[in-house]
Design a protein around this ligand. Structure first.
Ligand code: SF4
Length: 289
């Protein structure tokens, strides 16, 4: 298997076979993200990608149940190439159950509905979208490169084409300064998309990230655990996304929270009250990117 640089994956792909279809991220300007800053973006030749799958099939064959197509936005690859890859792997791995990839808003909007339906038909089950925030000001500040409206359009488009949508938000991305705006606008954005899954990470101090200078200057104040709980409560009080599986179980989070929207919102709010009263937060030393 030919891996280039550090390979990242969503937490739920921990047991998946990961193969790089692309290297790096074509966008690569988000100021909080350091994942692909050391890589020059490229699409790998299909022969190399298929050779990796051949090798994995020889080594692990029937044990592979899930495949994650890396890197940062595999969905940017031309649809006919992705369809060839998907057809190949669904034939190659007899016990395969699910194929997923990261996709940016730009990637989704660049594909026609027909192309997305072809990808679904060929076996692309889910796309992970980094939403990060629903607040237009925060999106601008972190150089996300797309608007709130474009993200809503992309999320809805995925869903209407039958591809599951897993959205990620970042707690604290607006700092203490925009805590309320970030929480409420993220909730209304999720309500508009109604993704199948939504997960929260929490912004951490990373000296390598471009956002670090804003943190050091005080322009963006990191949230403490109590602030994170306040932000999460605001999100839960304003979201309306029946059936969405909610997870805040990333290693960067101060509080682990799981449930299904909207039915579990009251119990999750109760749990946050308890956490606040008892001060039961993940210790700083156990938090990870
Ligand atoms: S957050 Fe996503 S889109 Fe932004 S630079 Fe990182 S990988 Fe690329």
């Amino acid at each position: 298997m030919q891996y280039e640089g550090t390979v990242y994956r969503p937490p739920s792909e921990a047991r998946s076979l990961i193969v790089q279809v692309t290297v790096g991220c074509a966008h690569n300007t988000c100021t909080f993200c350091t994942m692909y800053k050391d890589k020059k973006f490229k699409v790998r030749p299909i022969e190399d990608v298929l050779a990796d799958f051949d090798e994995a099939a020889m080594l692990y064959g029937g044990h592979i149940r899930r495949i994650f197509l890396a890197d940062g936005d595999a969905l940017i690859v031309k649809t006919d190439i992705l369809v060839q890859i998907l057809n190949y792997i669904w034939k190659k791995f007899p016990n395969l159950e699910r194929v997923t990839a990261y996709g940016t808003t730009q990637d989704i909007l660049h594909k026609s509905e027909n192309e997305l339906k072809c990808l679904k038909e060929a076996g692309l089950d889910m796309v992970y979208m980094g939403i990060e925030s629903g607040d237009p000001q925060v999106l601008k500040d972190v150089k996300k490169g797309v608007t709130r409206e474009q993200m809503i359009e992309a999320g809805q488009k995925l869903k209407s084409c039958g591809i599951l949508c897993s959205a990620t938000l970042i707690s604290g991305l607006g700092g203490r300064q925009r805590l309320r705006e970030h929480a409420v606008a993220s909730a209304t954005l999720i309500s508009a998309i109604k993704p199948d899954y939504v997960g929260f990470l929490t912004l951490m101090m990373d000296r390598e990230a471009p956002i670090y200078s804003r943190i050091v200057s005080g322009e963006l104040e990191l949230l403490n655990p109590e602030d994170v709980v306040e932000e999460m409560k605001l999100f839960l009080q304003n979201v309306d996304s029946d059936g969405t599986v909610f997870r805040s179980n990333h290693a960067s989070n101060y509080v682990i929270l799981k449930g299904t929207l909207n039915e579990d919102i009251p119990s999750m709010l109760d749990y946050l009250d308890q956490v606040e009263q008892q001060g039961k937060y993940r210790e700083e030393r156990w938090r990870r990117f």
